[in-house]
Design a protein around this ligand. Structure first.
Ligand code: SF4
Length: 104
């Protein structure tokens, strides 16, 4: 990746984070609406598209493990289609929980 592209991506990421900051999240502390069906499938997944398709960076692959920070989910549904192995059990959050999108 060129230096220009990297700089451009950093600027885009900063702009996205600024937009995400104004949303309101009501987090369900007891139940995640995103569940990985089989972590072994993730371990064997070469491209791990969930880690770069998600605009909210919910999926993080670190130290050989996938974490799902569902509290920041925008409910866009991109990850459920990006996972070629259909390894994400995707549901909307329970009633009263989830994101309330705000326009900046
Ligand atoms: Fe990220 Fe969208 Fe999936 Fe939520 S639904 S985890 S925002 S890709």
């Amino acid at each position: 990746m060129s230096e220009h592209n990297s700089e451009h991506q950093e600027k885009n990421r900063a702009a996205i984070e600024k937009e995400l900051y104004i949303n309101k999240y009501t987090v369900d502390e007891h139940e995640s609406h995103l569940r990985i069906k089989d972590m072994e499938v993730c371990a064997n997944c070469v491209e791990k598209p969930c880690t770069y398709i998600c605009p909210a960076a919910v999926y993080v692959w670190e130290h050989g493990k996938l974490t799902v920070q569902y509290s920041g989910c925008l409910e866009c549904g991109s990850c459920r289609f990006a996972c070629a192995a259909d390894n994400i059990d995707w549901n909307y959050p329970r009633g009263g929980f989830g994101v309330a999108l705000k326009m900046g």
